[in-house]
Design a protein around this ligand. Structure first.
Ligand code: CA
Length: 219
């Protein structure tokens, strides 16, 4: 094997690895609601646990002992009630970035959703002060998981993807429930949530330093 072939055999797989490696990773802390561990009795606590900012009264982390099987691990999120209860995490973003998120939701016969109850996952675009929504695109929402349409006793992935508007400094992933379909008779039952994710999508930029190292092999 001559030097060029040797270099190509080493460099090309490296280059390929750089280009096609996973574009992003889940930036969420505690995406599966496993931390902290629930007490033994009752096997639940208020809120979504570590990493999340929880709001509203109807949000509890529960263990599998309650009777609803998690999508993974031993714990999941139960949310219920009228508008609104939920939890969020937010991350610095740059206008024009594509953010991809989602969460698995479950409508369980243990506590069937009813009336106008809806489970939703949103991306809120937040300005530089860390609190104010964008004036261009305040938020986007996937609110298709409703009492009328959500499949029963099966986990369903609910995705959401959006591009950060020009005045966004933070991307906030929100899991939320409420009586959003309010013509249908008020809140009822509880959607369950597990295994959220939030990531920047798109190809990994090839860093100049990496190119330089690879080009250096050919000199
Ligand atoms: Ca879990």
């Amino acid at each position: 094997m001559n030097r060029l072939k040797l270099v190509l055999s080493v460099a090309l797989p490296l280059l390929l690895l750089v280009v096609v490696s996973p574009a992003s990773a889940n930036v969420l802390t505690n995406p599966g609601f496993e931390s902290p561990t629930t007490p033994v009795a009752p096997p639940e606590y208020y809120g979504a646990g570590d990493g999340w900012t929880s709001f509203g009264g109807g949000i509890f982390t529960i263990s599998s002992a309650v009777g609803v099987p998690p999508n993974s691990g031993n714990q999941l999120l139960k949310m219920f009630g009228g508008c609104c209860s939920g939890a969020w995490q937010q991350f610095a973003c740059t206008p024009g970035e594509t953010w991809n998120g989602g969460v698995w939701m479950r409508n369980d016969s243990f506590d069937l959703m009813a009336g106008g109850q809806t489970g939703a996952v949103n991306i809120e675009w937040i300005q530089a002060d860390g609190n104010t929504q964008s004036t261009i695109i305040p938020f986007i929402s996937n609110g298709t998981f409703t009492a009328a349409t959500a499949p029963v006793d099966v986990w369903t992935l609910q995705p959401i993807t959006g591009i950060a508007p020009a005045d966004a400094a933070f991307a906030r992933l929100v899991v939320i429930t409420g009586d959003f379909d309010s013509d249908n008779g008020g809140p009822g039952g509880a959607p369950f949530f597990d295994d959220a994710f939030f990531e920047i999508t798109g190809p990994v930029p090839v860093e100049e330093t990496t190119w330089g190292q690879i080009k250096g092999l050919f000199r």
